[in-house]
Design a protein around this ligand. Structure first.
Ligand code: 3PG
Length: 209
């Protein structure tokens, strides 16, 4: 089941990283993502609205909703109860990974060094978030890590946008790329769905070429 979720993320190639300040925007955002051709969201636990936003988006049934910036076991529980199908962490936490395992939810912990990738492998993880990608060596660093870790895949996030997206997507070990550029916090807060949808559609078109 958890592999299936990661396969679905890989299918879409892009993971919009969302910060929602108000859960009343969650449904509109989900609509903009669906209409823009990218029915995926990583709703970050950086605001108090995250849990309710996940609940609203997951209840629609047409968006692959995950929880991002998950730092604690408690947040894993809240996210999964709200309907998150995957959990993303900026770093590697054994406690978070184990709780996800108990709840049967896919987990993408962060790893940017060989030591961290090995630690992830020891926890049974073979798909990691590479964060913050831009300041951790970018696509070159991922390519270098892929040499010893041939069975590991990466989801880079952090500092990625239209200008450098293809550096990452060109790597066969990159399953998907995350980012906030197609869901700017200000536009989401303003409920400007026309603009969000256009940015999402542009990102989808770019990833397809
Ligand atoms: C994340 O949590 O994945 C990042 O904050 C997203 O990074 P970006 O805003 O640079 O795309």
């Amino acid at each position: 089941m958890t592999t299936e979720v990661l396969d679905r993320l890989a299918h879409h190639r892009l993971v919009p990283v969302v910060v929602l300040d108000d859960a009343s925007r969650a449904d509109g955002l989900a609509g903009a993502l669906v209409n823009g051709g990218l029915p995926v969201a990583e709703v970050t636990f950086r605001t108090a609205a995250a849990e309710e936003s996940i609940r609203i988006m997951a209840a629609r049934g047409d968006v692959l909703v995950g929880a991002g910036t998950v730092l604690t076991v408690e947040q894993v529980t809240l996210a999964v109860r709200a309907g998150a199908s995957y959990v993303v962490s900026p770093g590697l936490s054994r406690a978070v990974v184990e709780r996800c395992g108990e709840l049967g939810v896919a987990v993408l912990p962060g790893a940017v060094t060989a030591t961290e990738v090995q630690a992830a492998l020891e926890l049974g993880i073979s798909v990691v978030k590479f964060f913050p990608a831009g300041t951790s060596g970018g696509a070159k660093a991922i390519a270098a890590l892929a040499a010893p870790f041939g069975d590991v895949s990466f989801v880079p996030t952090g500092g990625i946008g239209p200008a450098n997206l293809h550096e990452y997507l060109a790597l066969s070990c990159v399953r998907a790329v995350g980012g906030s550029w197609m869901v700017p916090r200000g536009l989401v807060a303003a409920g400007d769905w026309k603009q969000v949808q256009a940015l999402v559609a542009d990102a989808v078109a770019l990833a397809a070429h």
